[in-house]
Design a protein around this ligand. Structure first.
Ligand code: PMP
Length: 357
């Protein structure tokens, strides 16, 4: 069976080289006579994988020495709770930019007051603020660097002064370089750009770590995980292993800067078709904030959108249906989606518009 062109929003396309390598290594890991998933997380074999993975994240993102890198479970969803449980005392600031920020708001409200420093709901989450003013005394300011459902992406990050900046980078981590030193904490579920589901990366500055509450249960404590190099309990060993292979591939391809360039080209190819379609395709997102990861667009009718999805599937392209909460079409074009794949979709879009306009 030839591999499909995979536009799923996550879990999402991974580099074939990493999948093949995992397959070759699976049953007998490096001649050990057993697989890595059968091996103690205290073994030297797993320890090597664990530390190499953390090292690659540090290297590829340029994480300064004053930050810890943690590998946790529970998805980015657990971070919606862990961030306020550890760090919210009094109030925090959140930029409400879409469905994922909304979830961060809902959980934070269980632990304190949330100041919405931006409310994108009236615009139906199609834009971002040009400027944000943090609330003096807020525990932190939280943004979602890329809204996977709405298709809006921060191209630049707000200056927050003394208020630590926290970002959910689940859907664009390592798709471009980011100034890690401007953040107090970054978190990202792996299953879009850097690996399979099951492992979540947390990058936390040491002074932020020191402010963490010590009244949270063991698993929910950043400090505890940091003190144990994310080996307090059993880590998701296979997810970490596969993430390591994807990170090695990212490094071989030239790292975050190379992907920034490639991802910009890929996204531009699709937005060009949308903008040149004479209104057949419509992007709801304000141009400066259009996502380079999730290209969201509408067709003239829902009927045509259904046909579009059906015909793309017949042509070997999968995962283009928009999120059930917003409808429309969404092309998720993470790191492992090649330009040639995006060009195939762009050609299909031109043909489809010519046939139905
Ligand atoms: N934040 C963002 C930006 C996401 O895209 C997602 C998942 N699509 C989540 C959070 C939730 O992640 P998880 O399902 O891993 O908990």
């Amino acid at each position: 069976m030839p591999r499909k062109l995979n536009f799923y929003p996550g879990p999402a396309v991974l580099p074939l080289a990493a999948l093949e390598r995992a397959k070759a290594d699976f049953v007998d890991y490096h001649g050990m006579g057993l697989s890595l998933v059968e091996t103690s997380h205290r073994s030297k074999e797993y320890e090597e994988v664990h530390n190499a993975t953390i090292g690659l994240i540090r290297e590829l993102l340029g994480v300064p020495a004053s930050y810890k890198v943690l590998l946790l479970s529970g998805g980015a969803t657990l971070q919606f709770a862990m961030v306020p449980m550890n760090l919210l005392s009094g109030s925090c600031d959140i930029a409400l930019t879409g469905s994922w920020a909304e979830k961060a708001v809902e959980d934070a409200r269980k632990f304190g007051k949330v100041n919405l420093v931006f409310d994108g709901a009236p615009s139906k989450f199609t834009t971002l603020p040009a400027r944000i003013v943090p609330t003096p005394g807020a525990s932190y300011l939280h943004i979602t660097s890329n809204e996977t459902i709405g298709g809006v992406q921060w191209q630049d990050f707000p200056e927050t002064g003394a208020v630590p900046l926290i970002a959910d980078m689940s859907s664009d981590i390592l798709s471009r370089p980011v100034p890690v030193e401007r953040f107090g904490l970054i978190y990202a579920g792996a299953q879009k750009n850097i690996g399979p589901a099951g492992v979540t990366v947390v990058i936390i500055r040491e002074d932020v770590l020191e402010h963490c509450s010590d009244k949270v249960p063991a698993y929910l404590s950043y400090r505890l995980h940091a003190e144990h190099n994310s080996l307090y309990n059993t880590p998701p060993v296979f997810s970490v292993y596969l993430m390591r292979l994807v990170l090695e591939w990212i490094k071989e391809q030239g790292g975050a800067a190379a992907f920034a360039e490639a991802n910009e080209k890929k996204a531009a190819a699709l937005y060009r078709v949308i903008d040149e379609s004479g209104g057949f395709y419509r992007s709801p997102v304000d141009k400066p904030y259009r996502s380079r990861m999730n290209v969201v667009f509408r067709l003239p009718t829902e009927e045509l959108e259904k046909d579009f999805v059906k015909e793309t599937e017949a042509a070997g392209m999968i995962g283009l249906k928009g999120h059930r909460s917003v409808g429309g079409i969404r092309a998720s074009i993470y790191n492992a989606m090649p330009l040639s794949g995006v060009e195939r979709l762009a050609d299909f879009m031109r043909d489809f518009a010519a046939k139905h306009a």
